[in-house]
Design a protein around this ligand. Structure first.
Ligand code: SF4
Length: 855
């Protein structure tokens, strides 16, 4: 079969599911071009539609073929009876940036005035021009068309030619009551379809309600666009696929960009900050407003500027459009296009000697209080070249370290392609394969084979399947007091600060080395006293919401939920001696608080030790071919530079916090657990055992995820040693292959084997829920990060707590009494603590051992 019949069959097959065909591959595009070169062209309307609308733009391989053919047509090096040189330039102008830019810049010098003037018109609205800006600017003195383009950029015609948000929007409500997390919008079990937006969108809300797609289709019949409405929207992980799915159902098509939509209105009583930002980046209009009076099927009038929502002529909700730049963002097609376009306009005005523009809304900046800065405010300030920043400021800090994980990796790759980038601007970009390593689907295997090259060819670093969890690796590449991001909501550096984002934002940060940021307020959690024996760091993690609930700063109930941490920076102090591996347990869990970011104030000594270890690891990674050696070498040099004068930032004593929560560790007298199925629903062992509504038996135990380190696995092994088979199903998954190899060497794997445990490939394993799963309806004790409904298994009820308590639960098949727990851990773990809680210090092993661990 030829391209036409194949593609028609494929289109028909996808139409059965109500979705459009996939964009053309590079091979299909080449074949299409050969058909277009024939004279006469058969089925010319169909072929032109495929060529114009079904090839992805940017630096996609198919876009390369398309742009090269169009360039040849413009230069009369090829002919096509259905695409004239002028038409060719027009089509180039729809390709957003990347491979289409040079042909359009060349066309400015065409002998044909019509071609040159069309190229100018197309370039005026093209933002992703990067280094081609200099070429156009240089031509502007002698080429009138280039001058026109430069002036147009300077006057922001690309922006002003687009419509503003209307005064009034009439919408039909699609309401999802209660809390909707990003796993509801983009289920982990369907992660392998995420880069196929229409297909993936079919799984949206599938486990939350009956027939959501049918309901949406029915609601659309009244002709109004839909508003996605919820009490709490977008909690959980940072996945861009969540907003992609929402926009697929409520947004608008983008001309010449296949299988992607923009726009759409999202109204939430609370919208989780990462989801809010992802919606902004994608061109949606997110609004935080009371939603109690809105129900599915209601027709509402939304007045964005007046800040009110009416139903049947009555005001049912009021809000303030925030941030104040939101209108410009939506008009530009999203926050990212706005930032890129604003910079282009600024550059062009500078070149033309024009003053500052007054076209765009300036981000509102708060008054300077003159007070001191928190640690986070200093870290962000450093990344902006300032002594500190104030909450509410809009800044674009340098984003030194960027992480990308595999289930969002394909989307990040697509976003990088759409940003038309052939190189990274961020100092270090790292890709992992931890979420799909253990049980890859064919699409995962393809990603494992292709994505490393994509990342490394742009100067990034790529891990390999089986290496382990993204954060455990990325943390080892971070520099103290610096800022970064990652397309995984647990990207939370223990020795710097990270603002995780969706894949669009992360692609932007990787490409430009900066990110947009509205500085959040900070909440300080100060630990004091001494941690009692048997009380673990995980208990301290859970003590934070426990104390916040006691102080009325956090509620478990979703309706009207209070959460002092939501969208703020969680700053933790009082535990200066923690090893960096331990500190990550605290910063990692700030994601479960819905905090925007986290800092942990540590002493120099653990950081010096960690960096010395990491330098050796990175040097070995260079030798083992992990990616761009210059990038890794540059990072090693920066670490060495810091070690020469190891200074850490400290918060000012008069800094302001939105709240200060003091936790006296002496008062934590027993383990604290997060109960099924909410990480905020924390209770002590005694409280849980006294509550007959909570399950007390345990069917399965999972020890793994980025919340764990080698110490937890030794502790597990010590508790299990010599006790025979455990009473539950037990899953043991170390975070990295280095941990696994070390544990094997120390004999712990033989202990797990004797206990009947199931050991898996280092990585996310059960935590992500897209690989092996616990049994349906199982009661689970897990050391992983979060326990949202259905994450670890269908209808599973999941407790979250320490590895030490997990070991005891596995032995008993139930939650122990507090006394039972302390008996076991005191007998097995109290002696030899130094040997058990000893971390991987790569600078203390021989070169051969290091190679053995890393290779
Ligand atoms: S272990 Fe869990 S929380 Fe950590 S990166 Fe993997 S899926 Fe995310």
């Amino acid at each position: 079969m030829g391209l036409i019949s194949d593609y028609r069959a494929h289109t028909e097959e996808r139409a059965q599911s109500g979705i459009p065909p996939l964009p053309l591959t590079a091979e299909q595009t080449k074949e299409l071009i050969e058909l277009l070169k024939q004279d006469p062209v058969e089925e010319k309307e169909y072929l032109l539609e495929l060529f114009c609308e079904h090839v992805s733009p940017g630096v996609d391989d198919a876009a390369f073929e398309k742009a090269a053919f169009l360039d040849a047509l413009v230069k009369n090096d090829a002919t096509c009876s259905v695409i004239s040189p002028v038409e060719a330039v027009k089509i180039l102008g729809t390709m957003l940036g990347g491979y289409n830019v040079k042909p359009m810049v060349d066309a400015l010098s065409s002998e044909s005035d019509e071609v040159a003037s069309t190229a100018a018109d197309m370039l005026k609205k093209t933002l992703l021009v990067y280094e081609s800006f200099d070429e156009v600017a240089a031509m502007a003195d002698s080429n009138t068309y280039a001058r026109e383009v430069l002036e147009s950029w300077a006057n922001a015609e690309w922006f002003l030619s687009k419509p503003e948000i209307p005064e009034k929007m009439t919408l039909t409500v699609f309401k999802v009551p209660g809390e909707t997390n990003t796993d509801d919008l983009s289920p982990a079990s369907e992660a392998f379809t995420r880069s196929d937006i229409p297909l993936h969108a079919l799984s949206m809300l599938g486990s939350k309600m009956d027939d959501p797609i049918g309901t949406i289709a029915k609601l659309k019949e009244n002709g109004h666009p839909l508003a996605f409405v919820g009490d709490v929207v977008g909690t959980g992980s940072s996945r861009k696929s969540g907003i992609n799915s929402v926009q697929w159902h409520i947004g608008e098509n983008i001309p010449a960009v296949p299988n992607k939509r923009t726009g759409g209105v999202v109204i939430g009583g609370i919208i989780a900050p990462i989801f809010f930002n992802t919606a902004e980046d994608s061109g949606a209009l997110p609004i935080q407003a009371p939603v109690e009076s809105m129900e599915t099927g209601d027709v509402i009038d939304l007045y964005p500027y007046a800040g009110k929502i009416e139903k049947n002529g009555e005001v049912i909700s009021e809000f303030t459009l925030s941030p104040n730049t939101l209108g410009d963002e939506v008009r530009a097609g999203g926050r990212i296009p706005l930032i890129i376009g604003r910079n282009l306009t600024r550059q062009a005005r500078e070149k033309l000697g024009m003053g500052d523009e007054s076209i765009f809304e300036r981000p509102e900046q708060p008054e300077d209080t003159g007070k001191g800065y928190t640690l986070a405010q200093k870290m962000i300030g450093k990344a902006c070249g300032l002594p500190g920043v104030r909450p509410g400021m809009y800044v674009e800090p340098e984003t030194l370290t960027v992480g990308s994980q595999d289930t969002t990796g394909a989307m990040t790759r697509d976003e990088i392609k759409e940003l038309a980038a052939l190189n990274f601007g961020a100092d270090l970009v790292m890709q992992s394969f931890c979420h799909t390593a253990a049980y890859p689907k064919p699409s995962d295997v393809k990603l494992h084979q292709t994505l490393p090259y994509f990342i490394m060819s742009r100067s990034g670093v790529a891990l390999r399947p089986g290496d382990g969890v993204i954060h455990t690796w990325l943390n080892r590449m971070v520099l103290p007091d610096t800022l970064g991001t990652g397309a995984d909501s647990h990207t939370r550096f223990p020795i710097g600060i990270s603002f995780p984002g969706g894949s669009g934002l992360v692609a932007f940060a990787a490409v430009t080395g900066t990110m947009p940021l509205n500085v959040p307020e900070s909440v300080l959690v100060r630990f004091k006293g001494k941690r009692p024996d048997g009380i673990t760091l995980r208990d301290l993690v859970n003590a934070i919401p426990y104390k916040a609930i006691q102080q009325g700063l956090l509620t478990v109930e979703k309706k009207g939920k209070k959460n002092i941490f939501a969208g703020r920076i969680l700053e933790i102090e009082g535990l200066p001696d923690l090893k960096v591996e331990q500190a990550f347990e605290l910063s990692d869990a700030s994601a479960e608080r819905s905090a925007a970011a986290c800092t942990v104030r540590l002493d120099k000594e653990p950081i010096i030790e960690y960096l010395n270890s990491n330098i050796k690891l990175l040097e070995q990674m260079i030798d083992s071919g992990y990616g761009d050696p210059d990038t890794l070498r540059r990072r090693v040099e920066k670490m060495q530079e810091w070690l020469k004068n190891p200074e850490l930032m400290e918060p000012d004593t008069d800094a302001d916090y939105a709240a200060v929560i003091e936790i006296d560790m002496n008062e934590i007298t027993e383990p604290i657990l997060a109960c099924p199925n909410d990480p905020d629903d924390v209770a002590t062992l005694t409280e849980i055992l006294a509550d007959s509504n909570r399950p007390h038996n345990i069917d399965e135990v999972f020890v793994g995820s980025c919340m764990t380190n080698i110490g937890h696995f030794r502790a597990l092994g010590e508790v299990l040693k010599g006790k025979g088979q455990v009473a539950t199903r037990l899953w043991v998954v170390p975070p990295t292959k280095m941990d696994m190899k070390k544990l094997i060497e120390e004999g712990y794997y033989s202990v797990y084997g004797a206990a009947g445990a199931r050991t898996e490939v280092p990585g996310c394993s059960l935590c992500m829920g897209n690989q092996a799963r616990v049994a349906d309806k199982a009661v689970v004790f897990s050391t992983s990060t979060r326990n949202f409904d259905n994450r670890l298994g269908k209808d599973a009820k999941v407790y979250l707590g320490s590895a030490e308590l997990a070991a005891v639960c596995a032995l008993l098949g139930r939650l122990p009494e507090s006394g039972e727990y302390f008996d076991v851990v005191n007998q097995t773990l109290q002696d030899g603590q130094d040997a058990i809680y000893r971390y991987l210090n790569f600078h203390e092993v021989s070169g051969e051992q290091l190679q053995e661990l890393v290779d």
